[in-house]
Design a protein around this ligand. Structure first.
Ligand SMILES: NC(=O)c1ccc[n+]([C@@H]2O[C@H](COP(=O)([O-])OP(=O)(O)OC[C@H]3O[C@@H](n4cnc5c(N)ncnc54)[C@H](OP(=O)(O)O)[C@@H]3O)[C@@H](O)[C@H]2O)c1
Length: 322
């Protein structure tokens, strides 16, 4: 992505009947932004050329003609890549009014560990993966926003957790900060041997964020009746990497294993309860967070590339206001 893929346009904005005007504060940068920019078959309509780029974020209501959104309320939802947005409660990804923030809880938590990526970790591991104490969990892109929370929920639930990440520094973070049991550096030449040693007894749940060669290596470690949770395939969003059309299916048959894809929005009705549980885990110190923050909307196109280059640690966000 480069700035040349985007136009910066200014126009006047005022709330009509039933609408509220929101001053956007933080924008979440997500791998799915890249999916929305393509015309592959996907779970939402792709963003059309000329439309405001879709993006989740947090903002503050500054004018309102809608009783659901009081002036001063903090809201999270599809604010778009813009400084202000209009909302009317009819959006396909509903806006949520944030609960009062407990002291010491930063607003950005509701974009990360208690936001969309934390919820993805929560429902992917607990509902799709059916995690059980004593099992071995393998997580790819483990030092990122979703993966870091998956691993920590795994520890809360009594699993043995192995993370895969790129580089020694991220691997140290996994074990020393996020509390994973073992980390595998997929950028090291011996990473497959590292993975075999780290999963000596096999893998009961594989939380897949990457796809391609990493996914095939994980498939080879699956245990009898194991579950592969297909959360994402980031290795193919940005190019024509066709490795994801060649997954090794044989172990699924031989091991009676399952492979299930999911999209976090499948769980909308359960978001509020899961969010409070995630906040309580963060406040109790059971989930630790990291953020990578960039300043200003004009940085968003270039910053999105950090996700594909592995330059982010934890949740990648744009701070829209000083
Ligand atoms: N299904 C859903 O509803 C849902 C919701 C949210 C996110 N997701 C998926 O979850 C995954 C993680 O998303 P996130 O927002 O939490 O991003 P993230 O993990 O914070 O950032 C992406 C990370 O992926 C790794 N990566 C990128 N390209 C790679 C490649 N070719 N090979 C290996 N690793 C690569 C990089 O870490 P390294 O430095 O370790 O390479 C990078 O930091 C994505 O696949 C995303 O699409 C799915």
């Amino acid at each position: 992505m480069t700035a040349s893929n985007f136009d910066f346009v200014e126009s006047a904005v005022a709330p009509g009947p039933g609408q509220a005007l929101v001053e956007n504060l933080y924008l979440s940068l997500d791998p799915t932004n890249r999916i929305w920019m393509t015309d592959v078959e996907q779970y939402m309509p792709p963003v059309q050329i000329g439309e405001v780029m879709r993006g989740l974020g947090i903002g503050k209501v500054i004018e309102s003609n809608n009783h659901l959104y009081k002036v001063g309320a903090l809201v999270s939802g599809p604010v778009g890549w813009q400084d202000y947005c209009l909302i009317d409660g009819q959006e396909s990804w509903p806006f949520a009014v944030l609960p009062p923030l407990p002291p010491g809880v930063p607003l950005t938590l509701f974009m990360g560990a208690a936001g969309m990526t934390g919820l993805t970790a929560y429902f992917g591991l607990l509902e799709v993966g059916q995690a059980k104490a004593g099992e071995t969990l393998l997580v790819s892109a483990a030092a990122g926003a979703t993966g870091s929370v998956v691993g920590q929920i795994g520890k809360i639930k009594g699993l043995r957790v192995v993370g895969i990440a790129g580089g020694a520094e991220k691997c140290r973070l996994l074990t020393d900060y996020f509390g994973f049991d073992v980390a595998v550096d997929y950028k090291a030449s011996d990473w497959k041997a590292q993975l075999e040693a780290a999963t000596e007894g096999g893998v009961d749940i594989s939380f897949e964020n990457v796809g391609g060669e990493i996914m095939n290596a994980a498939i080879a470690r699956l245990n009898m009746r194991s579950r592969m949770v297909l959360c994402g395939l980031i290795s193919s969003y940005n190019d024509d990497n066709d490795a994801n059309t060649r997954a090794n299916l044989v172990p699924f048959l031989m091991k009676r294993a399952s492979l299930q894809g999911f999209i976090v929005s499948d769980y909308f009705p359960k978001f509020a309860a899961a969010t409070s549980e995630l906040v309580s885990w963060v406040m109790a110190g059971k989930i630790k967070t990291k953020e990578t923050l960039v300043d200003g909307l004009e940085q968003a196109p270039a910053a999105l590339n950090q996700l594909f280059e592995g330059n982010n640690v934890g949740k990648l966000l744009v701070k829209l206001r000083p």
